[in-house]
Design a protein around this ligand. Sequence first.
Ligand code: BDR
Ligand code: CA
Length: 312
Amino acid sequence: MTKIILDCDPGHDDMMAIMLAAASDELELLGITTVAGNQTGSKTFENARKIITLLNLDVPLARGADKPIVRELITAPQIHGNSGLDGAELPGADAPYLGCHAVDFIIDSVKASKDKITLVPTGPLTNIGLALIKAPEIKKNIEQIVLMGGAVYDSNMTPGSEFNIFVDPEAAREVFLCGLPVTMVGLDVTNKSLMSFEQAEEMIGWGGRISSVVGPLMKFFGQSNLDYFGINGAPIHDALTVATLVNPDVVEFENWFVDIETQGELTRGQTVADVYRVTGNEPNCRVAMKVNNDLFMSIMMDAVKKLDGMVD
Ligand code: BDR
Ligand code: CA
C-alpha cells in the first residue's frame, strides 16, 4: 500500500481527490493538510472539515499556509464559488483537527514513518515548499511527490500558466528542483479528464448519501468550467492526480526536465519543460501527457459507489 499525505485546497476536484484516496485499497491516507488557494485558508480548511464529516473519515487533518511564501494570495471564486465548494449543501464542519501547522504535521509524519511517504499536493505548493525548506532532511523518507499543477502546452490562469503553480511559483520551484522524483499531472491531461453532465446526473439518480452531494457539485463545477473556459464537463484535475497512484494505466508519462518561471513578466508560474532536451539537464520530472478518460471515469464512479456503500 502506498502511504500518502494529501495536501489540498478544497475545491470541487480536491474533494474528489480526497474521496478517491479514501476509497482506494491501494492507498493509505495518513493525513490531509490544507492550504489557501481556490479560496482563503479558512474556507479551504472549513471545506476539508465538511468533506471529512460527510465521508465519516477517521483521518488526521491539519491547517496550513494562508498565503503563498512571498506573494499575495489569489483565489478562484469564478470556478469554485464564494465558499470554494459551491453547488451543494454539505454537513457541518464537525471533523476534529490537529492543533499543529500543516507544515509541521508533514515534517513529523514523514520523519516518524517507517516506510517512505508519497506527498500528493493538489493546491498551491506552499506547504510542501515550506516543509522542504524547514526540514530538508525529510527528503530521505519521501518516496516521491505526485502533484496536480502546471502544463506543457495548456493553461488556465494566464496564457502561460496553470493556477496552482501561478499562485505560488516560488514554492513550486522549491518542489520541482528539490531532487526528489516529481510527477506532474498538469492541464495537458486534467483538462481532458472530464465528468460529463450526464454522468453527474446519473450519480444524482443513484440517490446515495454521498452521490446526492457529489452530483450537484460536479454539475456546478462543470458549468463554471463551461462558462469560463468552454470546457464541456467537469475537469476533475486533482482526482486524476490521485488516480495515477491507484492505477498507473490511467495516464502515460514523458520524462523531462521541468523548471518554474518566477520572474517573467508574461510567464509567471510557467512550468518550462525541456521537451527537446536542449538544456542538457537530466529529467527531474515525470510529466503526464496522455489520459484514458474512460478508465478514469470508471475509477471515479466506482469510488463514489463504494463510499455510498453500494458495493464493497
Ligand atoms: C487546479 O486549480 C484548482 O482550481 C483546482 O482545484 C486544481 O487543483 C487546476 O488548475
Ligand atoms: Ca486543487
